[in-house]
Design a protein around this ligand. Sequence first.
Ligand SMILES: Nc1ncnc2c1ncn2[C@@H]1O[C@H](COP(=O)(O)OP(=O)(O)OP(=O)(O)O)[C@@H](O)[C@H]1O
Ligand SMILES: [Mg+2]
Length: 284
Amino acid sequence: MARRKMIYEGKAKILYEGPDAGTVIQHFKDDATAFNGEKKAVIAGKGVLNNRISAHLMTKLESIGIPTHFIRSVNMREQLVRRVEIAPVEVVVRNVAAGSLCKRLGIEEGTVLFRPLVEFYYKNDDLGDPMVNEEHIITFGWADPYELEEMVTMAWRINDYLNGLFSGIGLRLIDFKLEFGRIWGEHGELYLVLADEISPDTCRLWDAKTGEKLDKDRFRHDLGDLVEGYQYIAEKLGLVPAGGILQGGNVNEQLAEKLEQIENELSKERRLRDLKPGNKPRKP
Ligand SMILES: Nc1ncnc2c1ncn2[C@@H]1O[C@H](COP(=O)(O)OP(=O)(O)OP(=O)(O)O)[C@@H](O)[C@H]1O
Ligand SMILES: [Mg+2]
């Protein structure tokens, strides 16, 4: 196979040029980082699990009408997605207080918020992704008011849907981070789609009964084996068999490939939202 052209290497993923114009391959690495890259480790199985979980959740969201960048799984570590221009704004939705919210405002971890709280962060590693408000976003042109409104509307809808999905399998969705991207149609019209990933790297998920933390906080605060937590989530979602994808500390490659094939067979049935002119015109 010809060497693929790498577009970007981030902390958790690598982007390669995709087979068609306007597409990219998202490769999920086993690298784990926290505290803006200060803490690092390589954790066998993390990339495979995140790839599967994100592909699954994006597919589910697409099925309820959320436009996403996801096209299809390619192999156990990679997925094909639409290439977008990422808006430099991360949207965080919180249902229960945890993480930086507790630190910043002195709120006790675990406090149930009386309504979901939407926050914005400016995507800038050098500045440590600072929290910003709508005024900053508009003033500095990181998104226009229409895009911002659409992001918030989608974020609320995604939260409603994911809350139901996770509570149905005994997990509590504490909070999560979203990234949105822009795609231009053939007549110059703009579409906003959900991009990046939704995985235990970007969500906080607690076991509903025991309160056990199953997400990246395990790594951040040394709370236990990271892959065990991710594996448990994937198992509950019906994506991997009980017993896991790891064998003697390494990914059971054959099993993971097989699971991917099954998922791709299923996804043939799925109709991707057409980004056709007129489908979703940009507001004036
Ligand atoms: N569909 C897409 N098209 C183009 N870029 C994307 C797409 N989905 C995600 N990205 C971007 O690709 C990168 C994914 O890599 P990764 O998550 O490892 O980055 P990161 O280390 O978190 O760094 P960053 O600060 O850039 O987000 C991110 O910058 C993300 O915004
Ligand atoms: Mg990232």
